[in-house]
Design a binder for this molecule. Sequence first.
Ligand SMILES: *Cc1c(COP(=O)(O)O)cnc(C)c1O
Length: 443
Amino acid sequence: MTDTSTPSGGAPHDGLRHAIAGVSVADLAARHGTPLYVYDAECIRRRCRDLTRPRGDDAWDTVRFAQKACSNLAVLDLVRREGVMVDAVSTGEIRRALAAGYAPHAGRRGGDGLPPAHPIVYTADIFDRPSLDEVARHGIHVNCGSADMLEQLAERMPGAEVTLRVNPGFGHGHSQKTNTGGEGSKHGIWHESIPDVMRRAEAAGLMVTGLHMHIGSGTDLAHLAEVAGTLERVARDIGRSLDTVSAGGGLPVPYRPGEVHADLGGYVALWNATRRRLEEAFGHRIRLEIEPGRYLTAESGYLVTEVRAVKMQGSRKYLLVDAGFNTLARPVMYGAYHPMTLCPGPGSPSAARSREEVAVGGPLCESGDIFTQTDGGFVATRDLPSARVGDLLVIEIAGAYGFVMASNYNSKPLPAEVLVDGGRDRLVRARQTPEDLFRGETV
Ligand SMILES: *Cc1c(COP(=O)(O)O)cnc(C)c1O
């Protein structure tokens, strides 16, 4: 099932990109330097509206952004203005949500009989001590992935409402590392232990109002749909206190040429039917949530790099750019594929170029620092317009799990982030300086 009515963030066919959301790539690089993350605000809004707008009779009541995918404050502010709530997996992410203008907890019940949506939910399998303090200080709603969290929470927030994250016994992701269900996953409360855990929650004086599952990231809708059946069964084990169910995240995004967007209409219809049956069984309304990360921001993001060396290693040609796996880790972590385009540098001919097969790597002192690698770390090549030093290489669909996974490895500063909106670019995170690298260190 496909939905071709939704334009994908597909790269231009000739492999050349001169602008991002109407702003010249060369100007972006000149103004802000490289490597540089650039986000297209309108693309994020479009993805939010794909999910916040009803499809016929079917609608998600709450779209909750899993901010770990792209947690810049400007992006959080943008999705908040689209009516999207937010998920936080750490103290730092709670702070980000508050700084971006989210209220710590829900207001009063609306006239529609639905329970109010929690603006921020803390979802984790543990409380580290600072996160427990932060949750208690602000009254943040918690989604518990381990039963031990119940007593820890009850001690600090007696009588609190909680959500349980259930491991349905199976999972699926684009990579084994992003599979978050089944015996091979540390996440969530095992589905068969829910009756025991309900007794623990009751003994601790907590009220279980939410049920949540998230089986993995970058899976497909067939796997995601399997969750609905298990969730419905577990919901009946929990019983009438339940007022919110969350389908989790994991919505896929087309990265490779020829891939298309999944049929989200069929997906929301399936979950809506599950919700209706539970409302029938419990005699009250149930809020239906979805919790995407990747889907909302992946296609909005571009990593702009500069080609700094072009060389032959035997018969293979390498382009070396000024970004590495310190800047974008998905290829080295998962063998992930990102489309790439070229923007001719200043003084470089911008007319049609011949094409060639090249491997693309970065500056790090580690042979795994290759953007064109397959799962298992094998170096592959990409068919790109021929490049020379000074050209800009744009790594596309990099708006999810991009900047947020960047590191200071090899003492490289974190890159800058820019948001393009209405034809204007705005720096939303300054590039780190060399001094930032050793702040707090002493000799
Ligand atoms: C990572 C995560 C998500 C988002 O996953 P995507 O594949 O980016 O949609 C949603 N919920 C939880 C609990 C997560 O950990």
